[in-house]
Ligand binder design. Structure first.
Ligand SMILES: [Ca+2]
Length: 418
């Protein structure tokens, strides 16, 4: 109603998304995902939570009005959607188990929509009046709904002038693709049909509605990186915009909603089952940690850079291969104590492992042998304790390929220029 957004997906856009997806799927989620044991953040974690809602409260209570307000109405929202958005407890309420539940129902609610008497009700919550933020990790743990014609989303807008103020879609799903979620940016010259994005498929091909998943973007100056359950699948920078302006260096607000029908998802049919629920465990915004301004790139296979995934300085973050982009996530220092550092932390062999295939990550510097590296005249980076080389997994030059240690073999995937 107030914020028209075109959702028409062209074949070209889908093809572009598919191409990126191909790259994303080359990376094994099992190796890319940070093991749970490594994800516990130390007490002195450099990242700080800026804003969060864990949706604690008694069943039937509305969401915190100091955090969330409502868009209300049945205009179609620029996409010929069919639902009427309400602020009723029938469409959005806490469940008493620490979740907010948005429920889409087959009912008029006594409302008129753009096509006549409304057929569905649902809810759309936003922080436009309560919280805006530039940069950081924006994440939500969500169990999405399923069924033909449903369209759940967790996304952000940079203002009400669309697309000039920008749109960042952290997660969208349409009911006919239960195992696929999409991440997209829209701006001037790349909105609607030209939105730039990629999709991510469930690693097991299962429906995302089967369980909770964590959907996130790591948003930094001139960089946005999307992940699902900690697996990064897309990064965008101004270089992706074909000369169009990057409109993501100013505050945005968050939105979460469940639409029913629309140009992109299509409309409910004989298979559609309602009501449907989107269950949100939490929404959280945190800093990405020290941006660090010093250091220089370390290049390896295919001329790409050693990179901290998502520019995330949390302990356990994967260190990977990625296109060189000059960000702090690729600025490494060697202070002379045998360590290699970025974002204020150390290049670290996970769990002090010594076996081939042990993953390499970022971790708080602790003086252990797992953080010692020797740069040889043969351009190897050797961890002496393991007597193994820093190695690009699978000799794969694709962006986001994780690193590991492996027996030094002289291959191009073990050669680095520091
Ligand atoms: Ca919760």
């Amino acid at each position: 109603m107030r914020v028209p957004r075109s959702r028409i997906r062209t074949a070209a856009l889908l093809a572009a998304g598919a191409a990126l997806l191909g790259t994303a799927l080359l990376q094994s989620p099992a190796t890319a995902r940070t093991p749970a044991a490594d994800r516990a953040e130390p007490a002195a974690a450099p990242t700080a939570v800026i804003w969060e809602d864990n949706f604690d409260g008694p069943a039937g209570q509305g969401p915190d009005q100091n955090k969330w307000r409502y868009d209300i109405g049945g205009s179609g929202w620029g996409n010929n959607e069919r639902q009427y958005y309400t602020d009723s407890r029938s469409n959005s309420a806490l469940d008493g188990n620490g979740n907010l539940v948005i429920t889409a129902r087959r009912e008029s609610g006594g409302h008129q929509c753009h096509y006549g008497t409304c057929e569905y009700t649902s809810a759309r919550l936003l922080t436009a009046q309560t919280f805006t933020q530039t940069y950081g990790r924006f994440e939500a743990r969500i169990k999405i709904p399923r069924t033909q014609g449903i369209w759940p989303a967790f996304w952000m807008l940079g203002g009400l002038n669309w697309p000039g103020d920008g749109e960042i879609d952290i997660m969208e799903n349409i009911g006919r693709e239960p195992a696929t979620v999409h991440g997209t940016i829209h701006g001037p010259g790349y909105s609607g049909a030209g939105g730039i994005g990629a999709s991510y498929n469930h690693p097991n091909g299962w429906s995302f509605a089967d369980d909770f998943h964590t959907f996130a973007v790591d948003w930094a100056p001139d960089s946005i990186t999307w992940s699902v359950d900690g697996v990064q699948y897309q990064r965008r920078t101004p270089a992706d915009l074909n000369g169009n302006p990057w409109v993501f260096n100013h505050p945005f607000f968050m939105i979460m909603n469940v639409a029913v029908g629309g140009n992109w998802p299509g409309y409910p049919d004989g298979t559609t089952v309602l009501p449907q629920t989107m269950t949100i465990d939490y929404v959280r915004v945190s800093t990405l940690g020290s941006s660090g301004g010093t250091g220089s790139q370390i290049t390896g296979l295919a001329g790409k850079c050693l990179d901290v995934a998502g520019a995330n300085s949390a302990d356990g973050t994967t260190v990977q291969l990625y296109d060189c982009n000059g960000t702090a996530a690729q600025k490494w220092t060697r202070p002379g104590d045998g360590t290699i550092r970025a974002l204020g932390k150390c290049l670290d062999v996970a769990n002090a492992g010594i076996t081939d295939g042990t993953r390499v990550q970022l971790a708080t510097c602790n003086g252990n042998a797992a953080q010692q590296w020797v740069y040889t005249s043969g351009r190897d980076l050797v961890n002496p304790r393991a007597n193994k080389c820093l190695d690009v997994t699978g000799n794969n030059a694709a962006n986001a390929t994780p690193t590991q240690i492996w027996t030094c073999g002289g291959g191009a995937n073990q050669k680095w220029t520091v």
